[in-house]
Every structure is written in structure tokens, then in C-alpha cells.
Design a protein. Structure first.
Lengths: 159, 780
């Protein structure tokens, strides 16, 4: 029994076959797995390890190394706020503080309804439009508190 | 992870690489083979380069930066552990810049290190402590609070203290590359990095403790030893492991006569760095509460009661004299865990004093068949057998054929050496087995037999025209060099059309093969194996795998009903005359009963006395208790085993760790050891044997191992080994010479224990640590 959808499972098999060393496919597989499941539960780790002929420990080593990979669920909308240098100079820390106040949670926490979670992150390559944040894969830039409220409200309405 | 740089093979047509490169270190001109690491070249020249993460024969890590040196014309400092020497290189290792770099490296390593040396197990034998003392600064510029994490227990054996860990990754590498277990990993990143066990909060592994041993600090500590003592409070005594037949040197840590640990701190035994779980942690059987502390004699009510030594010994010899006077039958069963000297004296007692050839031991390899097969044609001058390999030869072997057995479980040192050869020397390993053993992962080719036995397959290899080949699935596995194999086997067995024929054809391409075989081969199958080995190109050598610490010694010393010491047939008049002269008395001519025949004789009430030394024969051959009444049974052991429980007299013996003497490993390497622990109330087997002989009117002299070993060197085939080598703590290979008559093999008496990593016949039951590890109970 796979924890993944048939499409994802197919994709994994193709990925694993497309490198001289199957384990080269590990990082992309983990990202796709997390997109599908929201996080990386033990069953997913075991399945990916078996697919690549690696130990579960080897998979966990990689997950631990990359901070964007997680083994516990996040909110449906994962709000990633940059406080790296460009964003910091242009108010990134205020944006983070505002998100925390507005959602009533701290960094790396999830709202009780499971809707939002917050993570303080390093540079996301949007420096030219700092300060920036990313919700799942969507970018939002040139932020101020009012704009943040609007963005959060939009996601809340989407449900 | 960077790989250990191997010497690049010169391309065809390219000029041959120079034999040596020349370079200068601190003004001295040095030379080394091309490809040598700077750190090794310096150490060979006695130039100190401090290091933490570098460990010889493991992949390079360059994690600690402790080994930084200045190399002229390179602006930045270089890590000596990854720099390969080059012609004309000019290196400085003692400049102010290098000193400052070392100071900073220590300061950085100590960022979160608690420096709790006063309570740390490693205190006194810690590389970080030594280096901080020698190279460190007195103060640190880091004033942030140190990160603390609680210690974690990963298994009964392995504990991890994250704050002490300096992230050198030696543990990760030795577990993966050396043990091929891959149970440790690295979690997180940067300052949050931590070592992870394979099952999140605990380990499931071989519990070998290699990771603990290799840890330069006190981050990994052993549950069996932690907080018991400090290293400087112990005596460190070199001993030979009392468990399997591989004969690892283990350094016992002894305080007030109590053995607190086994380890191999000086790494100069035949096993180098290696010890398995038994050699490292099994020593605690010496402290088991059920150890016998006083002789026991069965009284009129049928109970075993404690008595004095004098009373017990006289009880025995009084009964024995009575049986002798009535021309009764004596049987003697010796041990696979006593010293050579004790086995030799025991069979002397049997043959010369008790007048019986009913002598045997628990056999687990057919050594007589091997030496018979290797014997030179009649008429040729007696020559040492050059066809035996010692355990170290496996490390440099070009090709090895492993038939039967499961070294990973039963012969952990041989398995370590085979993995070494695969990993570092690119050796080709061929495996022939009915079971899908773990060493398949290192095999170039495995013949997994689907029908028939290893013996059938070997007979077929030796003479293919006779009979159909037993069916085999041949499994090809990854070539040597693929170092990161997973836990799961790399491929599923695939039948290969060529079958064993193809296996043979591939082997015929190899030269100088070492053949290692298990107890599946006995009698004529061993003969067939040697015929096949002789057909291979080059110089074929052999290792037979037997179970226990001195199984080989018991065989060499003549604990056989039909063979005298050195495999001389008892039926041979000249051989008897040789030993009669040495022992000053006659030896009975007729071969005696083997172990099973002795037990059957007990059941027929034909055996009047049975003397069992360090063995548990009734576990293998149960006897009817009623029939025992007519047999006077004396058992000498550490514990009240099944056999001892049935005895009339029980004598408490000291263990191998508590006596001096020599033992011979399964390859034939003789090693000597000195007494490590002591135990109140018990005596060495030799003291007991000598005391019994004296009471029976025979003088065996002082029970002194050195004196008896001199006799063995003079009298026993192959044992005139180099004393210098023995005293240097190395193994000296004993090579029994060619004998005159064919040996009488009794293949059905080869009854291996099939111990796992965590069991050791009767003895293993008494080790608390071996019993505590989860894998003993969870693995088949
Ligand atoms: S005890 Fe041995 S097998 Fe277990 S983690 Fe340590 S090195 Fe690996
Ligand atoms: S536990 Fe010991 S051997 Fe392993 S990385 Fe830490 S300091 Fe090195
Ligand atoms: S491999 Fe054998 S001899 Fe070596 S430590 Fe283990 S049990 Fe002892
Ligand atoms: S610093 Fe924030 S996106 Fe680059
Ligand atoms: S020994 Fe060279 S970097 Fe650690």
C-alpha cells in the first residue's frame, strides 16, 4: 500500500530511474511527497527509502538537513516570512511580528483550526521587492501590515 | 563524503608514476609513495599533527580542522588529513599561524562542549582532553550559554551525550564502512547537528561498540562500563577473547581482580581495531552471581554440598583408584575454551594416568580432514604445510572463496577482515552457501544453493563430470567500490543459466585464492574442496571455521579418541612411542570412544567414570539419569551446567580470562596471554589436573603454563612457533606437519553451535550484557 497517489508514485519511479544513483532523486521526491501530504510522515519516509534502496536513517538525515522539509504537519497555508538582510532593512521583522499578532501564534506554530502556520525563513530571492513573504508556493512582496492583513484575509476566505 | 584517495592507475602508455615523491616538512626532507596523505607521511616521520576526525582506513571527512598546516605557495592553511604529498611540496607544521589555527579549532570545538571531564567516562583517555591541554587556549571568546541536551540511551550498550560530541563522524563512518551496518547518521545542520540512531530513539544494530571505541571523546559511552571506574584505577591486561574461534586480543580493564571491561586500547592484536559485542561486553560472565565458588560433592541424600578442595579431590581420586583396580572404563571430555597447556595436560592425564583413549571434545570443524587432505604424498620429506592462511591474510587477499558458514554471525573478526579486503583492497569475494548470508553484500558473485548442500556443490566443483550440478541461483552483486549500500540486499537472487559451472569458471580466473569454509564441509567434502583448491591457479590457502576460542587448540592438543597431539594417529606405534618417551609411560594402543559413544556407553552402563572439563556434553547428547548412577561423573566448570547438575563431584574452575597460557585461533594463530581477573574459590583447570595427577601418583610438575608450553613446543607438530612473536603479542601461525597415516574422521561428530553475534554456547547464557541486548531476542 502506497501513501502516495498513483500519479506521484509513478513520478517517483520515473525520477528514481533517471539518475545513475537512484538516491540522487531523494530531495525532489521529498519535496513532492511533502506537497502531496503536507509533511513527511514515517510511512512516507519508509516508502521513499524502500523505493531508493536506502535506509530510513539516510532519508531522515537529508530531511534534517533541509529546513523546508518537515516531519510534522503545518497549516494549510504555510506563511514563510523572510527576515534576511534586504527584507530586514525594509521591515521584514515587523512583517513577521505582525503575522504572529494577527494569527495569534509564534514562529513554527500552527493555528488551532489548522489553517495557518508561520515560519521565519532566510532569503527567498525576492530581495528586489523586499520585504517579502511566501504562502505555500505563492510570493507576496513590498509588504506592510495592511497588505499582510489583506493577504491573510484572502486565504482565510478561500478556506 | 570524499572517498579515500586511491593511487590513480597510470593510463596505458602514460609514463609510470614515480615510486616516491620528495617533499620537505619543517626543513626535513621526506619521501613517501605517491598518493600518501600528508598526515600519514608526517606521522611516519614522527612529526606530530593533531587530528580528531581523521581515522586511518576510513573515508576522509575534514570536519574538525585540527590538522591545519602551512603549505608554501598555497595562501590558506591546508588540512593535512586530505592533502596528498606532492613532489617539491614545502610544509610547515609548527609556525605561529598553525599554532593559532589549532588554538581556534579547539576553541570552536569547545563552543558547546561541557568540559565535564571529572564525571565523564572518557576522562583520562580522551583525545579532546589531551589536545585541549596541549594546544588549547585557557579562555574562550564565546560567552553565549552552552546548548545542553540530556543524555540518550540508545541500547543497553550504547549511550549518547550530545553536548560532548565534537561531530567528527568517526562513529558514523566506522559503523557504515567498517561494520557495514549503517546504523548511525547525522541529523540537522550546523550547530544543531547531532548523531542519530537508526530507529529514531534507539539502535537496532550489531551492538559491537565500535562506535564507542572510536569516539575520541566521551560522547558515546558503554552501558556495560559507564561510571564504574576511571581508566587510571584499572590494570590493563592483554588477553584473548574467550568467545568465538577468531582469537581477538582484548585488553581487560581489571580493578581489584574484577574485570570491568574488554576493549582494545592498544590495537596491536591480530584484530587491530576490531572487537565484536562478545569480546567487548561478554566479559561480565566472570561476575555472574551463579558462578561456582566452592567444590561440591553429592552426599548420601543426593544433594550437591559445598566441601573443601582437599576433600573433593580425594573423593575423586579414591573413586578413580577403585575403578582402576576393577579395570573399569574411564572417559574424558575436554574443553574448547581451556588453554592449549590445559588441553595437552588433560589428554596426558587420560592417556598416561587413567590409561584410556576415550578422549574427546565438542568438535565444530573437521581439522583432521583438512590436514589429511593437505598432507604431502607418502615418502616426501615432512614439510610445514604452507597452505594455511592466518586471519590477517584475508585483509590483503586478492580473492576469497567462502563456502558455508556465516562469518558475520559466527566469526565476526573474519567477517571484518573480509569487508576490509573488499573495501580497501578490492578483493573478489565468492560466496557459496545455502543461506543468503550478509556477506553477499561484499560478494562479487554468490552461488545461493537452491537444492543440495555445500558439500554436494563442492564435490561437483571438484569433479564436474560426476553427476549433475546441484542447482544454484547465482547472484551477481554490486562491484567493489559501491560503498553506500543499504540495509536491504542490493539485488534479489537471479538464477543464472550457467549455474555452478559459471561460478567455477570465474574462480578459475583468480589467483592465490584463500578458501574459508564452515562446518558444512566434513570428511570427504573437505578432500574434494582441497582438490578443487589445488586446481586453481597460484597458491591456494585455507581457513577452517570452528566455534570456540580454543576449538582449534583442543584439536591440535589431541583431545581426540584416535589422535594424539599434532594429529598423530594413536594406532601408530611410532607416534605412541614418541609420546610414551616424553611422558614416561605407556599409552593404550586402541583408539577410544568419541563423545557420543561415551555417552552411549553411560546409557549401556559400560562407562565407569567420566571426567568433563569445561564442557557441557549432556546438552548435545542427553543421558538417562538412571543410567548415570553406575558412572562416577566429575565436572569442572564455571557454572552448574546441565552436565554439572548430574555430577557426583563438581569443581569450580577459573575462566580463560583468569589464567595465563596460550590459545590457538581457528586459523591456527597461537597467542599467549597473562592472567587478567581473579576469582576467589576457583582454580585453573591446570592446577586441578596437576593436583589429581599427583594424588594418583603421577608428577606433572608445577602447574606453570610456560613450562608446559615449552613441552608442547618440543613435542607437538607445528608448535615450535616463534616465542618472540608470541611475546610481542602477535599470533604465530601453527602449521601441523604432514602425518604418516590417514586420519579417521568422524564427520557426524562435527556439531557446530551456530551461535549468533549474541550467543556463545553455554557460556553466553551467563553474560548479563549479551542477554540484555534487544537484538538477541528479536533476531532469528
Ligand atoms: S554498536 Fe556497532 S553496529 Fe551499533 S551503532 Fe555502534 S558501530 Fe554501529
Ligand atoms: S559521537 Fe563521538 S565519534 Fe561520533 S561524531 Fe560525536 S564525537 Fe565523533
Ligand atoms: S570476533 Fe570472536 S574472538 Fe573477536 S571479539 Fe568477537 S567473539 Fe571474540
Ligand atoms: S532577503 Fe528577503 S527575499 Fe532576499
Ligand atoms: S583531522 Fe583533518 S580536518 Fe579533522
Amino acid at each position: 500500500m502506497s501513501v502516495f497517489s498513483p500519479a506521484t508514485r509513478d513520478r517517483f519511479e520515473r525520477l528514481a530511474a533517471s539518475y545513475p544513483q537512484p538516491r540522487s532523486a531523494l530531495v525532489p521526491m521529498l519535496l513532492y511527497a511533502q506537497d502531496e501530504l503536507g509533511y513527511l510522515p514515517p510511512e512516507a519516509i519508509a516508502e521513499i527509502a524502500a523505493l531508493l534502496g536506502e535506509t530510513e536513517l539516510a532519508v531522515r538525515e537529508v530531511i534534517g538537513y533541509y529546513s523546508m522539509l518537515r516531519t510534522a504537519p503545518a497549516g494549510r497555508y504555510h506563511v514563510q516570512v523572510c527576515t534576511n538582510i534586504s527584507c530586514m532593512l525594509r521591515g521584514g521583522e515587523e512583517v513577521l511580528a505582525h503575522c504572529q499578532r494577527r494569527l495569534g501564534i509564534h514562529n513554527r506554530q500552527t493555528t488551532p483550526d489548522g489553517m495557518f502556520s508561520i515560519e521565519e525563513v532566510e532569503c527567498m530571492g525576492a530581495c528586489a521587492w523586499a520585504p517579502a513573504l511566501q504562502v505555500n508556493y505563492d510570493f507576496h512582496q513590498e509588504l506592510d501590515p495592511a497588505k499582510v492583513d489583506e493577504i491573510l484575509e484572502k486565504y482565510r476566505r478561500q478556506g | 563524503m570524499p572517498e579515500t584517495p586511491s593511487k590513480p592507475a597510470p593510463a596505458a602508455g602514460a609514463p609510470a608514476a614515480p615510486a616516491e615523491v620528495h617533499f620537505t616538512v619543517n626543513g626535513h626532507t621526506l619521501a613517501a609513495a605517491p598518493g600518501t596523505l600528508l598526515i600519514e607521511a608526517c606521522r611516519a616521520a614522527n612529526i606530530e599533527i593533531p587530528s580528531f576526525c581523521y581515522y586511518p582506513k576510513l573515508s576522509l571527512q575534514a570536519a574538525c580542522r585540527m590538522c591545519l598546516v602551512e603549505v608554501e605557495k598555497i595562501p590558506k592553511l591546508q588540512t593535512a588529513c586530505t592533502t596528498v604529498v606532492a613532489e617539491g611540496m614545502v610544509v610547515h607544521t609548527e609556525t605561529p599561524t598553525v599554532h593559532a589555527a589549532r588554538k581556534s579549532a579547539i576553541e570552536f570545538i569547545l563552543t558547546n562542549h561541557p568540559l565535564d571531564c571529572p564525571v565523564c567516562d572518557a576522562g583520562g583517555e580522551c583525545e579532546l582532553q589531551d589536545m585541549t591541554f596541549r594546544y588549547g587556549a585557557a579562555v574562550s571568546r564565546f560567552d553565549e550559554p552552552k546548548r545542553h541536551r540530556d543524555e540518550q540511551q540508545w541500547s543497553p550498550v550504547v549511550y549518547y551525550d550530545r553536548p560532548r560530541c565534537i561531530l567528527c563522524y568517526r562513529c558514523v563512518r566506522v559503523c557504515g564502512e567498517g561494520m557495514d551496518v549503517w546504523a548511525l547518521g547525522v541529523g540537522n545542520r550546523g550547530i544543531l547537528s547531532t548523531i542519530l540512531p537508526n530507529h529514531q530513539d534507539h539502535l537496532e544494530c550489531e551492538e559491537c561498540g565500535m562506535c564507542i571505541d572510536i569516539c575520541p571523546v566521551g560522547a558515546l559511552t558503554s552501558g556495560a562500563y559507564r561510571y564504574q571506574t576511571r581508566p587510571w584505577e584499572m590494570q590493563h591486561v592483554g588477553a584473548i577473547c574467550a568467545f568465538c574461534g577468531d582469537g581477538c586480543k582484548t585488553t581487560l580493564g581489571v580493578r581489584n581482580g574484577v574485570i570491568l571491561r574488554g576493549d582494545n586500547r592498544d590495537k596491536n592484536g591480530i584484530n587491530g581495531d576490531f572487537l565484536c559485542v562478545k569480546g567487548r561486553y561478554g566479559t561480565d560472565f566472570t561476575r555472574h552471581p551463579e558462578r561456582l565458588k566452592s567444590p561440591l560433592v553429592r552426599d548420601a541424600s543426593g544433594e550437591l554440598r559445598p566441601v573443601s578442595w582437599a576433600y573433593a579431590l580425594e573423593t575423586i581420586t579414591d573413586r578413580w583408584r577403585g575403578i582402576q583396580a576393577a579395570h573399569g572404563q574411564f572417559g574424558v571430555i575436554g574443553s574448547t575454551r581451556c588453554s592449549n597447556e590445559e588441553s595437552y595436560q588433560l589428554q596426558k592425564l587420560a592417556r598416561r594416568v587413567l590409561g584410556t583413549n576415550h578422549v574427546d571434545h565438542h568438535r565444530s570443524a573437521d581439522f583432521p580432514a583438512l590436514f589429511d587432505a593437505l598432507a604431502q604424498p607418502a615418502g616426501a620429506a615432512a614439510q610445514p604445510l604452507p597452505q594455511l592462511a592466518d586471519s590477517g591474510a584475508l585483509k590483503t587477499a586478492k580473492a576469497v572463496l567462502l563456502v558455508g558458514g556465516d562469518p558475520t554471525q559466527e566469526h565476526p573478526l573474519l567477517a571484518w577482515n573480509l569487508r576490509w579486503a573488499h573495501r580497501l583492497a578490492g578483493a573478489s569475494l565468492y560466496v557459496l552457501n545455502r543461506r543468503d548470508i550478509r556477506l553477499r553484500r561484499q560478494a562479487r558473485r554468490m552461488a545461493l544453493l537452491t537444492h543440495g548442500t555445500e558439500a554436494d556443490a563442492v564435490r561437483y566443483l571438484a569433479a564436474p563430470q560426476r553427476g549433475d550440478p546441484p542447482q544454484a541461483e547465482l547472484t551477481a552483486v554490486s562491484p567493489p567500490g559501491d560503498k553506500r549500500w543499504p540495509q536491504t540486499p542490493p539485488s534479489t537472487p537471479q538464477p543464472i543459466p550457467g549455474g555452478l559451472e559459471e561460478f567455477r569458471a570465474e574462480l578459475a580466473q583468480e589467483r592465490d585464492v584463500i578458501i574459508v569454509f564452515g562446518p558444512e564441509l566434513t570428511g570427504d567434502a573437505v578432500q574434494a574442496l582441497v582438490r578443487f583448491g589445488a586446481s586453481l591457479p597460484g597458491h591456494t590457502r585455507y581457513i577452517a571455521m570452528a566455534d570456540n576460542a580454543n576449538s582449534r587448540g583442543a584439536a591440535d592438543m589431541g583431545l581426540y579418541p584416535d589422535l594424539l597431539p599434532g594429529y598423530l594417529p594413536v594406532a601408530d606405534g611410532a607416534a605412541r612411542a614418541h609420546f610414551a618417551a616424553a611422558w614416561g609411560g605407556d599409552i593404550p594402543a586402541a583408539p577410544g570412544w568419541n563423545q557420543r559413544q561415551m555417552v552411549e556407553a553411560v546409557d549401556r552402563r559400560e562407562l565407569d567414570a567420566l571426567y568433563v572439563v569445561g564442557a557441557n556434553p549432556f546438552r548435545l547428547d542427553p543421558v538417562n539419569a538412571a543410567n548415570l548412577k553406575s558412572c562416577f561423573l566429575v565436572v569442572q566448570d564455571l557454572f552448574l551446567t546441565e552436565t554439572a547438575q548430574a555430577a557426583d563431584v563438581v569443581l569450580p574452575a577459573l575462566s580463560l580470562y583468569e589464567k595465563s597460557g596460550t590459545v590457538t585461533n581457528t586459523c591456527g594463530e597461537v597467542q599467549s596471554q597473562r592472567r587478567g581477573g581473579s576469582f576467589e574459590g576457583a582454580k585453573t583447570d591446570m592446577e586441578i589436573i596437576h593436583a589429581l595427577a599427583r594424588l594418583l601418583g603421577a608428577d606433572f610438575g608445577r602447574p606453570d603454563a610456560d613450562r608446559v608450553f615449552s613441552e608442547i613446543r618440543a613435542q607437538v607438530n607445528g608448535y615450535d612457533v616463534s616465542l618472540v612473536q608470541l611475546m610481542a603479542g602477535r599470533g604465530a601461525l601453527a602449521v601441523p606437519r604432514d602425518g604418516a597415516a590417514p586420519r579417521q574422521a568422524a564427520p557426524q561428530m562435527i556439531r557446530p553451535n551456530h551461535d549468533s553475534l549474541f550467543t556463545a554456547g553455554t557460556l553466553g547464557r551467563y553474560s548479563a550484557t549479551l542477554n540484555a541486548v534487544l537484538e538477541k531476542h528479536s533476531r532469528p
